[in-house]
Design a protein around this ligand. Sequence first.
Ligand code: T4K
Length: 384
Amino acid sequence: MTSYKPFPEPIYVTRPLLPPLEEFTERLKDIWDSQMLTNLLGTQHTALESQLQAKLRVPYVSLFNNGTIALIVACQSLRLSGEVITTPFTFAATPHVLTWNNIKPIFCDIDPETLTIDVNKIESLITPQTTAIMGVHVYGTPCEVEKIQELAHLYGLRVIYDAAHAFGVNINGRGIGTYGDISMFSFHATKLFHTAEGGCLTYQDEHIQKRVMYLKNFGFKSEEEVMMPGINGKMNEIQAALGVVVLRYVEAERQKRKLLTRVYRHSLKGVPGITFVTKKRHSVRANYTYAIIRVDKKQFGISRDELHEKLKEYNVITRKYFYPLCSNYACYNQLPSARRHNLPVANQVAREVLSLPLYGQLTSKDIEKISAIIKKLKKRASQN
Ligand code: T4K
């Protein structure tokens, strides 16, 4: 018998993967002994970088203090300017990074299936000022990487991927971070793999490696030589140590989330007005970072916003990732590309998506209960 009583404690949209504390303190001891708290060649930093190369299946990894700074440096390292075509259906950081580089974001609508940038709509947005395409593998779903690359080759553009959500995602065994010129992964506490705050860039070109190294460390080449105006993007040893320990448990966390995702899909199957985002593609190794549904008010009876509010009464704290749409922010809504009629799919999707709780500490029973509450709310809506 399912209980519809509220959960005794809030069930948040996510909880960080917390490895056994002793494993972390053991590494902290090494840091204390070395007295090296932050250093590009620190033991923890070096260990994490090389372990991530293997995990992400990429030739180069450069660690950062957070994903946003990493993405700012990615744009700098390719010397992007003018206009960059991107998606409005993303976290605020994506377009903000362009603005911080004095680049105008040009918003392109999204594909209704994958919710990533619609490759069929990119070409008409290319102008003489366009220097790059910035795709986002939103919720870990890969963009149409091959088609984007073809367009980039044809028009002489760079490609950057915001892979903040895509840790460990592969396409036919190839690391997602090997597509385009540069990819950025976020290691924020809310991500599958994390270092509390943090991130990295991945790329294939050793020249990019050099520029990124300078740019994230004030432009220093040596104590007395500054090559370019860099920033402080360094990940510290404590973050890196946490990363080394979290990495040991990340596959187990992924497996738990995979199972819980199955339970959600099974429990909510056939509920009118609820669909799961997005369809599984066989070529893609997913990471199960998010459990996203779309709520169709007509069929479900109540809107996404109402469901979000009602679930709070049961201590289920969902999030509307990604609402509002970036193109509707006050700082961007004056742009011609941001007009709603240019972005019909993105505007509709942003009104319908809801991120349900998903993290390894939850049990199948918790997921069944959340699903049962959603079904109960549907039933109640149908009776009114
Ligand atoms: N590009 C994309 C596409 C991104 O999604 C992001 C970040 C970035 C770029 C930038 O990367 P970073 O610079 O952040 O590395 C969160 C995160 O702050 C942000 O990293 C993330 N995307 C975004 C999607 O979500 P909030 O404000 O929605 O999350 P917050 O802090 O409210 O956390 C959600 C829930 O998680 C909390 O209600 C409780 C739980 N939580 C959170 C934290 C931080 C914990 O239990 N423990 C924790 O330590 O933005």
